[in-house]
Design a protein around this ligand. Structure first.
Ligand code: GLP
Length: 231
């Protein structure tokens, strides 16, 4: 694993934007993998500030709440439209698990097939949850997991509830790429900032097991960690 130590989240997000642009520009025929959440918002703003224009034509989202309306502000697909497609004038397609072509029971399998057909992804952006989840692969997820519907853990519901105006509307399930799906990307850019994530990062690196989904990715030759933490 290559490690980039940075002084702040902002510096790390700017670096991630630079790396993402360079890698994706080098392989314009390959799709990319996009993530959502506060950490990624800063990466997308940095890309927009730099005037980055995507050369790739397909992007795959990591995860989505199960059954959420694509019109909801809390939909990750919707978030990517607002934070990636619109500011970067992206003319291609963002494939979102559980939405559009990938809704319905066969959706996760069809999403996997689309990655296989269009992939490999040149680069996958990744964050981590406070409880160590990667995408929505919660602690205990199989390292061989594929795209599937999962139940969110209580800690995840608690930490993501703040984003929902009406807490009762928060889905308790999600559709997520699996850990082995994520591993198919040629490069993984993992961004981890802030003390709240320190335990999840240090446990995965110093004491890895199935309770630490990140451990599944540690032997990936293209893994690059960008962090402001000492672990
Ligand atoms: C969500 C997403 C993850 C993301 C995590 C961290 O739960 N499913 O893919 O990595 O949150 O988000 P944040 O960057 O807001 O801390």
């Amino acid at each position: 694993m290559k490690i980039h130590r940075v002084k702040s989240a902002g510096q790390g997000q700017a670096l991630a934007a630079e790396l993402f642009a360079g890698i994706s520009d080098e392989s314009p025929d390959c799709p990319v993998g996009l993530a959502t959440g506060g950490t990624m918002s800063g990466v997308y703003s940095a890309l927009a500030t730099n005037g980055f224009r995507p050369k790739f034509s397909d992007a795959f989202a990591l995860d989505e709440y199960q059954g959420i309306s694509p019109a909801s502000e809390n939909s990750y697909g919707n978030e990517l439209t607002r934070k990636f497609t619109e500011p970067l004038n992206f003319q291609g397609k963002i494939h979102v698990p559980g939405q559009g072509d990938y809704a319905g029971e066969q959706g996760p399998e069809e999403f996997e097939q689309a990655i296989t057909k269009l992939g490999p992804l040149s680069v996958q952006l990744l964050g981590i949850g406070v409880n160590g989840h990667i995408a929505f692969n919660e602690p205990g997820s199989s390292f061989n997991s594929k795209t599937r519907v999962v139940k969110l853990h209580q800690e995840t519901i608690k930490s993501n509830l703040v984003y929902f105006d009406d807490p009762a509307s928060m889905p308790t399930k999600a559709v997520t790429q699996g850990l082995s799906t994520i591993k198919q990307a040629s490069k993984l850019l993992l961004l981890v900032f802030g003390e709240a994530k320190a335990f999840a990062l240090s446990k995965a690196i110093n004491n890895p097991d199935e309770s630490t989904p990140l451990a599944a990715l540690l032997d990936h030759p293209g893994l690059e960690l960008i962090t402001d933490l000492n672990y």
